[in-house]
Design a protein around this ligand. Structure first.
Ligand code: F6R
Length: 616
């Protein structure tokens, strides 16, 4: 949530910061702004998307080479110009940008008001600029930028990434992190700061991860890492393996469309290297075979789409491993005191690795003695760092705010975990595991075939016209697909959509069915559990009889459903448990097409959302 950039070097800071914000806009787009420091502080900021800021910018007017920038997802204060970052101190000498929440901002604000400082915004962030100016102007830390920054940081509570720039020190930026992300980019004669590597991937592959409660001072010539008490600390250098093209649209009209088309590669790369010599390997993970063997219950914690992928982990693990799996929305997990012990495996699923709710669930689980295995798409992010082990999904950067390729990669990774558990606990024979693996390995090719469905889905969306509400039904592993389809539609098209287990319909939701209501039904393979298939065929008839327009997703050759489908979308045949990896794809297209029909052209940045949710 919120994208932050900092730059000290020889390039024009404004242009560089603008480019970085463009790449990180998916982190928040309620407002944006840049401060340039060349001995005086100049700030340009504007409410709304970055395009609004670009309209008012005169790049030639600000040639300075030190800059900080911010793209905001609002927490405290509406998305207005005044609440946009950077915030400037009362004396005009300090500018700050902030991601997170300063929880004790109210008393700090009161202290400033009592001292006669005028505050110009409703944000929790602005206090940091004035506090720094006061610390720098008077008292023990007067004239010492670093000591003043440390003094201010020592007073802040909550979660924050903060960047400070001072007009007296245009050659440096001081930054700090506590529970929110900050990465340092190391160039030749230039240094970068970013909420993620997208901020500087164009200029350097050399990056440094920081710990919690680290401060970093960057100058053109290097960086220095400190603890909040000023003692020396060390960052962890790493090389960025994502390429620039992955962060560009590559000829597609949106990142989301590009990312839907990248799903075969996302699944293939996630599976890569995890099965050889007849065995499953969790080799990036630090969890031993012995630990897996001793697991007697699994908890899955995740949010949103990641949670839906977790529901599929439950189906797969219970079926393959015969251990009970509980799944919980991460934000609820620690508040209800779940029963965990050393034999509990907690699977924490997160694309960003930054989601505050999931991170807190991880901390709670570890404090109770459980082992935590993170499934994550972002190297070096906080959730894998705080977990016992990690299995990385290799979906590449996901820029579209609505998750697509990361979701499918999570499902694939969850299945790897399920198979590794089955192998360790001996609940599946090696040839059974090999057979399941083979059907998993075939999925990327099946998705490639399925991408052609795009044209058909666009036609269906056009015929559906102005949709006001839509229902999604599934049974078995089709139920999480229904939930994911409904979530995609809600977030992209801003229309009411709900996913139900099809069998639950008769217990209430069927009252919602009225003439012409579009209902998506995800039909299980007729070659799977026969009863399940025939039950859902009955469910389709029930809703058709009440006037619904049915959009049926079914395996090719499933003739039993044809006569009850107003629209039939056929997907390639695969085993039942693998079907969600295919059935989700047309629903992603459908949501994007309906969104555009509803007038939301910018499907990459749905309103009110942000890509990584770093507040609880
Ligand atoms: C929906 C979506 C969100 C995320 C959720 C968790 O399209 O993207 O529901 O899945 O916010 O995010 P991560 O996976 O980063 O923890």
């Amino acid at each position: 949530m919120c994208g932050i950039v900092g730059y000290v070097g020889e390039r024009q800071g404004l242009g560089l910061a603008l480019e970085a914000l463009r790449r990180m806009e998916y982190r928040g787009y309620d407002s944006s702004g840049i401060a340039v420091n060349d001995g005086t502080i100049d700030v340009v900021k504007k409410a709304g998307k970055l395009a609004n800021l670009e309209e008012i910018l005169d790049p030639a007017a600000l040639p300075g080479t030190t800059a900080i920038g911010h793209t905001r997802w609002a927490t405290h204060g509406r998305p207005t110009d005044a609440n946009a970052h950077p915030h400037v101190s009362f004396d005009g000498r300090v500018a700050i940008v902030h991601n997170g929440i300063i929880e004790n901002f109210a008393p700090l604000r009161q202290e400033l008001l009592d001292a006669g400082v005028t505050l110009h915004s409703d944000t929790d962030s602005e206090v940091a600029s004035h506090l720094l100016a006061r610390a720098y102007n008077e008292g023990e830390t007067a004239g010492d930028f670093r000591a003043s920054a440390l003094a201010v940081l020592g007073r802040l509570e909550g979660a924050f990434t903060l960047l400070f720039t001072h007009a007296d020190h245009p050659d440096q930026i001081i930054a700090a992190r506590r529970s929110t992300p900050l990465i340092v980019g190391v160039g030749e004669g230039e240094m970068f700061l970013g909420s993620d590597v997208a901020a500087f991937i164009e200029y350097t592959r050399n990056a440094v991860e920081l710990d919690q409660d680290n401060v970093v001072v960057i100058t053109r010539d290097g960086y220095e890492v400190l603890n909040f008490d000023g003692s020396p600390a060390e960052g962890r250098p790493f090389t960025i393996d994502w390429d620039l093209a992955a962060a560009e649209k590559g000829g597609f009209d949106s990142f989301m469309m590009k990312e839907i088309h990248e799903q075969p590669a996302a699944v293939r790369d996630t599976l890569g290297g995890h099965f050889h010599d007849g065995r499953v390997f969790l080799d990036e993970s630090r969890i031993s075979e012995q630990d897996l063997k001793s697991v007697n219950q699994v908890f899955v914690v995740a949010c949103g789409s990641a949670y839906h992928s977790g529901l599929l982990a439950k189906y797969a693990i219970e079926h393959w491993v015969r251990v009970p799996v509980q799944i919980e929305v991460a934000s609820e997990f620690r508040y209800r005191d779940p029963v965990l012990d050393e034999r509990t495996l907690v699977l924490a699923i997160s694309q960003s690795g930054e989601t505050a709710d999931t991170l807190e669930a991880v901390r709670h689980a570890r404090a109770q003695g459980a082992k935590v295995l993170a499934v994550c798409n972002t190297n070096g992010s906080q959730i894998p760092r705080e977990s016992d082990a990690v299995l990385y999904t290799h979906a590449g950067p996901e820029i579209g705010v609505a998750s697509t390729k990361a979701f499918l990669a999570q499902v694939a990774a969850n299945y790897i975990v399920g198979l590794a558990l089955a192998q360790a606990k001996g609940t599946k024979y090696p040839d059974e595991i090999a057979e399941i693996w083979q059907s998993l390995e075939e999925i990327p090719t099946r998705i490639e075939e399925l991408l052609d469905v795009r044209g058909q889905v666009a036609g269906i969306a056009a015929e559906l016209g102005a949709v006001q509400t839509m229902l999604f039904l599934g049974r078995g592993v089709g139920f999480p697909v229904a939930l994911e389809g409904a979530l995609k539609l809600k977030e992209l098209a801003y229309i009411h959509a709900e996913g139900f287990p099809a069998g639950e319909l008769k217990h209430g939701p069927i009252a919602l069915i009225e003439e012409d209501l579009p209902v998506v039904v995800v039909v299980p393979s007729p070659r799977g559990v026969k009863l399940l298939h025939s039950k859902i065929v009955s469910n389709i008839q029930e809703i058709r009889a009440r006037g619904a327009r049915t959009i049926v997703i079914a395996e090719e050759g499933d003739e039993a459903v044809r006569e009850f489908a107003n629209y039939l979308i056929e997907i390639p045949a695969t085993s039942s448990i693998m079907q969600p990896l295919l059935a989700t794809v047309p629903l992603q297209f459908l949501a994007a097409d309906i969104a555009r029909q509803c007038g939301n052209e910018d499907i990459d940045k749905p309103r009110n959302l942000a890509k990584s949710v770093t507040v609880e």
